[in-house]
Design a protein around this ligand. Structure first.
Ligand SMILES: Nc1ncnc2c1ncn2[C@@H]1O[C@H](COP(=O)(O)OP(=O)(O)OP(=O)(O)O)[C@@H](O)[C@H]1O
Ligand SMILES: [Mg+2]
Length: 355
């Protein structure tokens, strides 16, 4: 994996706009790494306290009733712990979890096969559930509501509908795009929760825990230095621990102190807000070429060489929540905070006092 280490932020264009270290989406390289550090219980699952409390109550109630948990939908930006939480719930319920994702359920027989393989009480986890096609959704509705499958046999006039009962199961859906989920599907989830970005303290705990598992020595200040630049996202925090640890090992004695963390993150071109070259390129483009916006997302994507989906799913959620960017019906606008952060003295007159 290469890191763009060019002084010019717009240089990201030359590298196809990719800096995988800081992007919260999951990439093939960290699947094994993620599995070994993924929390398995509520005790080790850090943060999201309100959500955890609600879930603990639902789990206890389901156990007392000896019924499966209601169907759950988790949504929020990548890397915040949706898949991890589904695993924790399965562990807590003492049941198996079958994991799949909507793009793998293209044909009717894919979803029928997986539903028929479920045993009573088991959890079916469908990632990227907003990408389910209409046919798969139609099959899911009666399965979720009344636990049966409507199967058709025969042709034209001899067609018969067969109702096949299914064991009672729990569906956990995860999505980064709740808005793209169809209304009828969303309505069939009993519990719907949004995952929040993590605070610096929570990320420092994630970092300290990961460093412990990987036998990396780290000071509290070192953990906070990494946490500050992790965009509120555990997946990024964990990735940065590894990168900073490499630097600490090669350039120092292996221990991650505040100074070592800061130097290493500077080299990775991750600033103290956690922004990387793509984020800065996006903000700079709007400021320098479009007077602060508004400008359409397609125009931005074409200019900085990223695809629209990556910008919308991966870059924007954090920029919006950090108050650096605003979504308007006419396009994206940057805030005076973004001007200040990037070192511009003046904001355009029409933007002053807007934020
Ligand atoms: N609450 C948490 N406490 C500790 N570590 C966490 C927590 N949430 C997530 N992580 C870590 O972050 C990594 C990414 O989490 P996870 O895969 O669950 O995110 P996700 O929301 O499912 O992302 P995506 O939308 O890309 O599927 C995990 O490997 C896990 O180690
Ligand atoms: Mg996931």
């Amino acid at each position: 994996m290469s890191i763009v280490a060019d002084d010019n932020d717009f240089a990201i264009k030359k590298h196809g706009g990719k800096n995988p270290v800081i992007k919260a989406e999951s990439i093939e390289f960290d699947k094994n790494f993620e599995n070994c550090i993924r929390p398995k219980s509520f005790d080790t699952y850090i943060g999201q306290s309100a959500l955890k409390e609600t879930l603990k109550i639902s789990i206890e109630a389901a156990k007392k009733r000896e019924l499966p948990l209601d169907h759950l939908l988790f949504y929020g930006p990548p890397g915040l712990g949706k898949t991890t939480l589904a695993g924790v719930i399965a562990e807590q319920m003492g049941v198996e979890i079958k994991i799949t994702s909507a793009p793998a359920l293209e044909r009717p027989r894919d979803i029928i096969g997986i539903l028929m393989s479920l045993k009573g009480g088991e959890i079916l986890f469908i990632d990227e559930i907003h990408r389910l096609n209409k046919v798969a959704e139609e099959i899911l509705y009666p399965a979720m509501e009344d636990f049966f499958l409507d199967m058709t046999t025969g042709k034209s006039q001899t067609v018969k509908t067969l109702r096949v009962p299914l064991p009672k199961f729990t569906l956990i859906g995860a999505t980064t795009k709740a808005g793209e989920l169809s209304g009828p599907l969303r309505d069939r989830f009993g519990i719907i929760h949004r995952l929040e970005f993590y605070t610096e303290d929570e990320l420092a705990q994630v970092i300290t825990r990961t460093a412990g598992i990987l036998n990396i020595e780290i000071t509290e200040e070192g953990a906070h230095a990494i946490a500050k630049r992790s965009r509120g996202t555990p997946r990024i925090a964990n990735r940065l621990v590894k990168r900073v640890s490499d630097y600490a090992l090669v350039k120092h004695d292996g221990k991650i102190t505040e100074d070592v963390a800061n130097k290493s993150l500077d080299i990775l071109k991750i600033d103290h807000f956690g922004l990387d070259t793509t984020d800065r390129a996006l903000l700079k483009l709007i400021i320098e070429k479009y007077d602060g916006g508004p400008v359409g997302i397609e125009t931005i994507a074409a200019a900085i060489g990223e695809d629209v989906r990556t910008l919308e799913d991966v870059c924007e959620p954090y920029l919006l929540q950090a108050g650096l960017l605003q979504r308007t019906p006419r396009g994206r606008k940057v805030s005076p905070a973004a001007y200040r952060h990037l070192g511009y003295k003046n904001t355009p007159p029409e933007q002053q006092g807007l934020f």
